[in-house]
Design a protein around this ligand. Structure first.
Ligand code: ATP
Length: 610
């Protein structure tokens, strides 16, 4: 088997164009709002439970203090207040437990929503947009980072609820004794400064940490895809070092995050006792002056503790900050432009006439397909030829709407491809690739894989026969029922299964992008004949390096540097254009129409990324 081997120089972190940061931040906030709306009822319940638990926590010192005063005075209502005390504490515990359970549920639902949206966008965009992010990066964005982002709605709810005890506690302090409240408020600016520094430092640190995480995941997946190249080049050690190169940065950022957290906790731990002692001292003076009772002093102390509850607020704040930073990573996937579809269908029985009007495709800032205008008559077979990098794959991609042109229009039987429904497009336009990726449980499933109802075993077998795959499939242990994972397939066999998949769903237009490059000449010729005789008639676009493909085509489209250099029958171009002959340089000794081994070195191409 010949798996795609994508080891390349691309450094995931350096390569792709990223969305500008403000746009990402807006996208992240929109995604988080959508996640919050998705579980609005449950998120409100989390908020309700946490607020109620906070209210119980707030009521507890007052009830406790009052109970103490009543018991000290041997007041007859003392036992009733004791029961009330127990009820408040029990309610606080129960509400905390309910909030924790609901939080887990909402976090899970929000994460699932972000992952669903991200996955739909990743698979619903043009392949070259999806390739903006290295596969490992995209995986990290939709797993770890989506999970972190999914916690934001509940973290906000917890954050809001965490504010209630400190604010309520300050109010309670005022009610008990204004002097204790003022004493506490004197220390408040220090707390505010502490929180601000914490938010700023955490955001920076978390952001850097996540960036390094993404880059490392990207490099790892790149290396896995390019394992053969690395083994062949003997660069395993160098590659391992490249993957792990940013590990020290990861460690440093991780430590910095803990330092920020630890520093804030340490400073708040130092600040809190000082505040409590100050409140205790003032409260003691007020007690000796007879302004408050013992129970009220106890309540004031507890309220001061609640008011200085910076730990709860910083914890929730840290969750929101981390989640928002992670949401930006996920939002980069959500920002990929969708390949939208229209509502039109194709006219019944159309021959598959394809028209390109002034089609321009821009990649990496420059036009790589330029003002291509062409009419391909329905039912004809067209060979697209040209030197490596001439734009053949991009031509095939716009012809079958794997991507949209940046300017111009592509029409099939008079209908712009953009206006077709997704169903009509994939019913009538099929693709086969140089290195197809097979999907499905069994070999038969892989051939039948496609939108719409699954084809029956007969249709699957007919397609495999036409693609020259039937003989080797029948030799597999369970034939068509052999699990894909147990089918040892060569590169050419995978390619034939990819062809069979395209034949199985053949519509009025079939685009074969180097799809026979791994087949021997005889098999390739058999496939071409079967394509002409046994597959539903229609228009064929064959990106080809083989001379024989050009020879057999009705029409040759010769691309050169992204432009159409000439269009015409092969014999005519061969006779008239010396440069055309050079396109098939290694076949120079082969006269037009002869059948020597006419294979050019195959250009290895992936299904995605153009
Ligand atoms: N996503 C992309 N970003 C930048 N440049 C791209 C991208 N996709 C294609 N190109 C460039 O566009 C040009 C045409 O590419 P294309 O793959 O269509 O060539 P090709 O004729 O099929 O080549 P080959 O015969 O080698 O497969 C090349 O120069 C290629 O580098």
């Amino acid at each position: 088997m010949s798996p795609p081997d994508a080891a390349g120089p691309a450094d995931a972190a350096a390569g792709p164009a990223q969305e500008p940061e403000p746009a990402l931040a807006r996208g992240a906030d929109r995604a988080l709002v959508a996640a919050a709306r998705h579980s609005a009822g449950r998120t409100a319940a989390v908020l309700g439970c946490t607020l109620a638990a906070a209210a119980a926590a707030l009521a507890e010192p007052a009830v406790l203090g009052r109970t103490l005063d009543l018991l000290l005075r041997a007041d007859p209502s003392g036992p009733a207040w004791t029961l009330l005390c127990a009820a408040v504490i029990a309610a606080e515990v129960a509400l905390d437990a309910a909030a924790a359970r609901l939080t887990g549920e909402v976090d899970g639902r929000s994460t699932a929503l972000l992952r669903r949206l991200g996955l739909a966008r990743l698979l619903g965009t043009a392949p070259h947009h999806a390739a903006r992010h290295a596969p490992g990066e995209s995986a990290a964005r939709l797993t770890a980072h989506a999970a972190e982002a999914g916690k934001v709605p509940t973290a906000v709810a917890h954050g809001v609820a965490a504010l209630l005890p400190p604010l309520g506690a300050v109010a309670a302090l005022f009610l008990i004794d204004p002097w204790t409240a003022l004493t506490f408020l004197l220390g408040l600016p220090l707390l505010v400064l502490l929180l601000r520094a914490f938010t700023r430092d955490t955001l920076t640190s978390v952001s850097r940490y996540q960036q390094v995480q993404l880059a490392t995941a990207g490099r790892l997946v790149e290396a896995l895809a390019g394992a053969r190249t690395i083994a062949a080049a003997g660069t395993a050690d160098r590659e391992r070092a490249r993957i792990l190169a940013r590990l020290p940065e990861l460690g440093a950022e991780g430590r910095r995050m803990w330092q920020v957290y630890g520093g804030t906790t340490a400073r708040s731990s130092a600040l809190m006792p000082m505040l409590l002692y100050a409140v205790l001292a003032v409260g003691g003076i007020r007690l000796s002056a007879g302004a408050i009772g013992v129970g009220e002093l106890l309540a004031a102390l507890r309220y001061a503790g609640l008011a200085a509850g910076v730990g709860a607020v910083t914890g929730a704040l840290a969750g929101v900050v981390r989640g928002r930073a992670a949401a930006r990573r996920t939002a980069a996937v959500l920002a990929l432009p969708p390949l939208g579809h229209g509502r039109a269908d194709l006219p019944d029985g159309g021959p598959g006439t394809l028209e390109l009007r002034d089609v321009t495709v821009v990649r990496g800032g420059s036009a790589v397909l330029r003002e291509v205008t062409l009419l391909i008559p329905g039912g004809s077979t067209v060979a697209v030829v040209g030197r490596s990098g001439a734009g053949k794959t991009l031509f095939a991609a716009v012809a079958g709407r794997l991507t949209d042109p940046d300017a111009g229009q592509v029409l099939l039987d008079g209908v712009p491809l953009r206006e077709l429904t997704a169903e009509a497009l994939r019913r009538e336009v099929g693709h086969a690739f140089d290195r197809p990726v097979l999907f499905g449980g069994t070999v038969g499933d892989a051939i039948g894989f496609g939108a719409g109802p699954a084809p029956g075993p007969r249709a699957v077998r007919a397609a495999a026969l036409a693609a020259g795959a039937d003989p080797f499939v029948r030799r597999l242990p369970d034939g068509y029922a052999t699990p894909l994972a147990d089918a040892p397939l060569s590169g050419g066999e995978v390619q034939r299964l990819g062809l069979a998949r395209a034949f199985c769903h053949a519509g009025r237009l079939l685009v074969l992008d180097d799809a026979t490059s791994s087949l021997d000449t005889v098999t390739a010729r058999e496939v071409e004949r079967a394509l002409a005789r046994e597959i539903r008639p229609g228009t064929r676009i064959v990106v080809a390096h083989r001379l024989s493909s050009a020879v057999r085509a009705d029409l040759v489209v010769w691309l050169d540097d992204g432009r159409i250099r000439a269009v015409g029958p092969h014999t005519e171009l061969w006779r008239r254009e010396p440069a055309y002959r050079k396109v098939f340089a290694t076949d120079a000794a082969t006269a037009p129409g002869t059948e020597k081994d006419d294979r050019q070195p195959p250009s290895r191409k992936q299904e995605a990324g153009r």
